[in-house]
Write a protein that binds this ligand. Structure first.
Ligand code: PHE
Length: 405
């Protein structure tokens, strides 16, 4: 028997004939991969944020863009669709495509859902990152939950002039819409925004990937921007779409109370970027809690180059090894790591120093290492691991002059 309410973060939403969220989908709400310290999704988020922190600096040396990564993924139908001029009969609103909580609320289908509200609050430059939800098949490139970063930059008349290098008129009365511009915009202003948007995005993408790469702009349609484009980059021999963008519909900005400004916006998918950046072959891996996956991203600097190494589907076996470090020669943990790789080869998945102890009287130091063994093609038995582990103990004595405890 279904409860009459769906409860999310201590708020009860009445069920109705729109309700199609499932407990499984709701279980993803707290994961926040984009805010996890050691995770490829949060690394991509931080690369984007750092790019804007570094390249867009306000008058007083302050960051120009504000960053928002903790907004509630439960949004109203107005926020997700109406305020963005998405028509009532648009396909993207269908129950078959979205996770509705009831007829008034849904799990956001894009982070663009926050743009109107943030502009209305008075923000001129901001980036929103969050988890988004779309009903979809599940395969190596599709998962019903993924992450996006959306950005908005509003230009006052003065800011536009500063970018152009001379005064330019943003608006015209009685203009007409064509492929290049909206009715309210002058062609000159629209072209300038397009140029500024595209150069910002290319510079951002090249910065994230550490260099230039083959790319192309594709003309597309979004209800909330015009003109609109997608940027595609080459990935595994085909073109992969990484972001959508455009000149924000002036009607939206006007309704949000900033009609004297002209604006660009973009939204990009973090999984796509992360898969390309780290060579992660399957979108489902981002949800892995397997330390074989997560430990590969255990670095403090989000700019570190990492190439993902496939993780075995077979179980791990964990063995510890403690020994007194040699006193008669230099020792560093890398000596041990090399030794383990020599002896254990491919069945060693991880090695971590888990404990360090200095004897209060003798001053001798002992290290305890945890070694995770795992085979790519079969389940290892404890006997097989024991054999390797025993050789390792012997080598610690023979090669490193350690005293196994
Ligand atoms: N919201 C769009 C999407 O999810 C991307 C987008 C954002 C396009 C902002 C234009 C402007 O595909």
């Amino acid at each position: 028997k279904l409860e009459p309410f769906v409860s999310i973060n201590n708020v009860d939403y009445a069920r109705d004939n729109y309700t199609n969220v499932t407990p499984k989908i709701l279980s993803y709400l707290g994961r926040n991969l984009h805010r996890e310290k050691y995770h490829p999704i949060s690394f991509v988020k931080r690369r984007i944020e750092n790019y804007f922190y570094k390249n867009f600096i306000g008058r007083r040396g302050n960051p120009m863009f504000s960053m928002h990564d903790n907004l509630n993924p439960v949004v109203s139908v107005e926020s997700n669709f109406d305020n963005l001029l998405i028509p009532a009969d648009h396909v993207s609103r269908q129950k078959g495509d979205c996770y509705y909580i009831n007829k008034n609320y849904l799990l956001r289908a894009h982070t663009t859902a926050h743009q109107f509200d943030l502009i209305k609050m008075g923000l001129d430059h901001f980036i929103v990152t969050g988890d988004v939800y779309r009903r979809d098949e599940i395969d190596s490139t599709h998962f019903p939950v993924f992450h996006q970063s959306d950005a908005v930059r509003l230009f006052t008349r003065e800011q536009l002039a500063a970018v152009a290098g001379h005064e330019i008129e943003p608006f015209e009365l009685n203009g007409i819409e064509n492929e290049e511009k909206q009715a309210q915009h002058t062609l000159e202003a629209s072209k300038l925004i397009e140029k500024e948007l595209k150069s910002t995005l290319l510079s951002l993408i090249f910065n994230i990937f550490g260099g230039e790469m083959p790319h192309r702009w594709v003309d597309v349609y979004f209800p909330f921007t015009h003109p609109s484009w997608e940027l595609e980059i080459e990935h595994n021999g085909t073109w992969m779409e990484v972001l959508g963008c455009g000149v924000m519909r002036q009607d939206i900005i006007k309704r949000a109370g900033a009609g004297d400004r002209i604006c660009w916006a973009f939204g990009m998918g973090l999984e796509r970027l992360a898969m390309h950046l780290y060579k992660i072959p399957d979108i489902r891996l981002f949800w892995s809690k397997d330390s074989g996956f997560l430990s590969q991203f255990n670095v403090d600097d989000p700019n570190v180059n990492i190439t993902y190494k496939p993780v075995s589907v077979y179980p791990q076996l964990t063995n510890d090894l403690s020994f007194w470090l040699p006193v008669d020669r230099e020792y560093c943990s890398n000596d041990f790591y090399d030794l383990v790789r020599d002896i254990g080869g491919n069945i060693v998945e991880q090695i971590n120093l888990v404990d360090e102890f200095r004897h209060p009287k003798t001053g001798k130091v002992s290290h305890c290492y945890r070694i995770v063994y795992r085979h790519m093609e079969k389940t290892l038995t404890q006997e097989e691991v024991n054999e390797v582990h025993f050789k390792l103990r012997q080598a610690v004595v023979d090669v490193l002059n350690g005293a196994v405890r």
